[in-house]
Design a protein around this ligand. Structure first.
Ligand code: ADP
Ligand code: 5GP
Length: 183
């Protein structure tokens, strides 16, 4: 049987990475797709673990060769999901999560309507800003760019199959688990 595909999106700093790390510890059979990106690694990020960090030229070549299931420009950088990895993983019967932006989520949903889309909401915009700043991984210009995207992303999140408010981490994690446990 084919694996199931889940797409998780949400504003930068909302807590997607934090939630997914905990979720995957509890659900080791589920896989998280590793995207390709042209952005520079943050301190502590490793090539091939967090992302495949590639040049703009390499990214362009992969687009021309039709290697991506979806790709998008987000806040000045390119991000994409490799088609072959998704196809192979699902064919092995493994459930797969894509953690991608709302533009990419819409592209995948239109190609693969069975995919379940989940949007992670912040409790409010002030908390989102505090989390993004509190992470201390971006400079001021990048933070402002990402906060500017937030309203558009939250609007786009209205089309998703599920919405989870990441207020208390434990409760958001439980809701995510319930969505996965629905067969
Ligand atoms: P994203 O992957 O969506 O960009 P992160 O997972 O990096 O976001 O989280 C951004 C920051 O918010 C991190 O410092 C993280 O520890 C913190 N955070 C995540 N979820 C919560 C939560 N429910 N309550 C408080 N802080 C949180
Ligand atoms: P970050 O730079 O914070 O790691 O990611 C920025 C945004 O890009 C996040 O919304 C994240 O979900 C999204 N993203 C990560 N990988 C991909 C991808 O492969 N495709 C798309 N469309 N978005 C991605």
């Amino acid at each position: 049987m084919q694996g199931r595909l889940f797409i998780i999106s949400g504003c930068s700093g909302v807590g997607k990475g934090t939630l997914l790390k905990l979720f995957l510890e509890k659900n080791p059979a589920v896989k998280l797709s590793i995207s390709a990106t042209t952005r520079t690694p943050r301190p502590g990020e490793t090539d091939g673990v967090n992302y495949f960090f590639i040049s703009r030229e390499e990214f362009k070549k992969a687009v021309e060769n039709d290697e991506f299931l979806e790709w998008a420009e987000f806040s000045g950088n390119f991000y994409g999901t490799k088609k072959s990895f998704v196809e192979k993983t699902l064919a092995k019967g493994i459930d797969l999560i894509l953690e991608i932006d709302v533009q990419g989520a819409n592209q995948v949903k239109s190609k693969m309507p069975d995919a379940k889309t989940i949007f992670i909401m912040p409790p409010n915009v002030k908390v989102l800003e505090e989390r993004l700043r509190g992470r201390h991984t971006e400079d001021e210009e990048t933070i402002l760019k990402r906060l500017k995207e937030a309203a558009r992303e939250i609007e786009a999140g209205n089309n998703f199959d599920y919405k989870i408010v990441n207020d208390k981490l434990e409760s958001a994690l439980n809701t995510l688990q319930q969505i996965f446990d629905r067969k």
